[in-house]
Design a protein around this ligand. Structure first.
Ligand code: HSE
Length: 433
């Protein structure tokens, strides 16, 4: 008897999975303890799959037929349908499923987890979060004896590349995105990456696993990088930070906060050194303290590494008769509303440069219950031709405040006559535990 593996979707990742399964079959089978056999590769463009060198006898357009004649079905189509229907059919027929489909898991994971539980089979998804980095295993298995306090992730390589290029080459956002597209990091339509949707799906999965709580993408407050300017990036450097798009999942009193937004990360924090299109996940746990995982979060070959690891795990479980980790949601912590999130922030203001302005501005923060950590003022020169006024540029960094207090502070600052412009506000994350 051998273990029959079917791959559905043979694009960038699928073709590399097929290659690894073919070239390393002896090693992989030895790790499983039984023979792995690739029994079919389904794709809606079979001729393209054959052109990649895949044995034509394995290639089919009939994914529905394929998924019910395998022991392990690897879903790499992405999107909602037909991926969900195929996975449910596979699970219903008793096959274990391996998928990289973060969007579907973050939107409708419970349907799939429940189907896997009902069938008594595995559903593995290592490649859904941060590509090659084995973060799903680390959180689901390595942290089982601990209490995770916070997870900070750079889980989108495209935006990390864009922000890094803005920092190192001084490019503005548009030019950095075009650069990312030229190099194949960003899609022709970069919306899912730059608006944070891709990171939000991953944040939902990270939070679910870390806090043993069902978190869907609808629970994740999400802000992308489109508001970040080259000026923001330059000021970040001046104040000892770098701008990163972070997925944040943290335990607060009363529940958990799950969000994606740009953040100023201190240059001394390990996440600040994550350059280019690399990903990293920084986990803070009660007993373990900080743990950081770093590696390639995208690309066919690295992502295939995670997929094939899942295939081996699922196959090994079938040989030994056990099951891998199942959905763990016993804690059922409330997901707090965005207004309850807590972080430090840095606000940059153009203000009138005259007596008492700093006092007026600091009173606004005090009234909102926001404590100032530091203020930096630099002359902005004279602005306006008819009646020039002297302008000062203020950079105020605060201690921790709720999102509600931050919003109230910004609204109040905006109403002050002495504030000419609230130039930008960016949260500050990553104080070392
Ligand atoms: N587009 C993603 C990224 C990879 O840039 O990291 C797939 O999730």
């Amino acid at each position: 008897m051998s273990l029959r593996v079917a791959v559905v979707g043979c694009g960038t990742v699928g073709s590399q999975v097929v290659r690894l399964l073919t070239t390393s079959v002896d090693d992989l089978s030895a790790r499983v303890g039984d023979r792995l056999e690739l029994v079919g590769v389904a794709d809606r463009r079979p001729e393209a799959v054959v052109a990649q060198g895949v044995d034509p006898a394995l290639v089919t357009e009939d994914s529905e037929g394929l998924v019910t004649r395998a022991d392990i079905v690897v879903e790499l189509i992405g999107g909602t349908e037909p991926a969900r229907g195929l996975m449910l059919a596979a699970l219903g027929s008793g096959a274990s499923v391996v998928t990289a489909n973060k969007a579907l898991l973050a939107a409708d994971g419970p349907t799939l987890y429940d189907a896997a539980a009902a069938a008594g089979v595995d559903l593995y998804y290592e490649a859904a979060v941060a590509g090659a980095i084995p973060v799903v295993r680390v959180i689901r298995e390595g942290m089982l004896g601990d209490q995770v306090r916070r997870v900070l992730g750079i889980v989108n390589g495209t935006t990390n590349y864009v922000l890094d290029t803005m920092t190192t080459d001084g490019l503005d956002l548009d030019r950095a995105v075009k650069d990312a597209q030229r190099l194949g990091y960003a899609e022709a339509d970069p919306t899912a990456d730059v608006e944070g949707h891709d990171a939000a799906a991953k944040a939902a999965l990270l939070a679910s696993m870390a806090f043993h709580t069902r978190v869907s993408i609808d629970d994740v407050s999400c802000e992308g990088i489109t508001g970040i300017t080259d000026d923001d990036v330059a000021w970040a450097q001046r104040t000892g930070h770098v701008v990163k798009l972070l997925a944040v999942a943290e335990r607060l009193s009363g529940g958990i906060s799950v969000r994606v937004h740009p953040a100023l990360v201190p240059q001394t924090h390990p996440l600040a050194g994550v350059r280019g299109a690399f990903n990293a996940v920084f986990i803070e746990a009660e007993a373990a303290g900080p743990i950081m995982l770093y590696g390639q979060g995208a690309g066919g070959v690295p992502t295939a590494s995670a997929v094939v690891s899942d295939i081996v795990s699922a196959a090994r479980n079938r040989v030994t008769g056990g099951r891998g980790p199942v959905e763990s949601v016993y804690a059922a912590l409330p997901v707090l509303p965005p207004a309850a999130a807590v972080s430090r922030f840095q606000v940059r203001l153009d203000v009138a440069d005259r007596t008492g302005v700093l006092a007026t501005v600091s009173t606004v923060l005090a009234d909102a219950g926001v404590s100032i950590e530091s203020v930096r003022q630099s002359p902005g020169g004279a602005v306006g031709r008819q009646a020039p006024v002297d302008v000062a540029h203020l950079v105020i960094t605060t201690h921790e405040a709720t999102e509600a207090a931050r919003v109230a502070t910004l609204a109040a600052l905006d109403r002050l006559d002495v504030v000419y412009e609230v130039v930008s506000v960016i949260r500050v994350e990553g104080d070392m535990p």
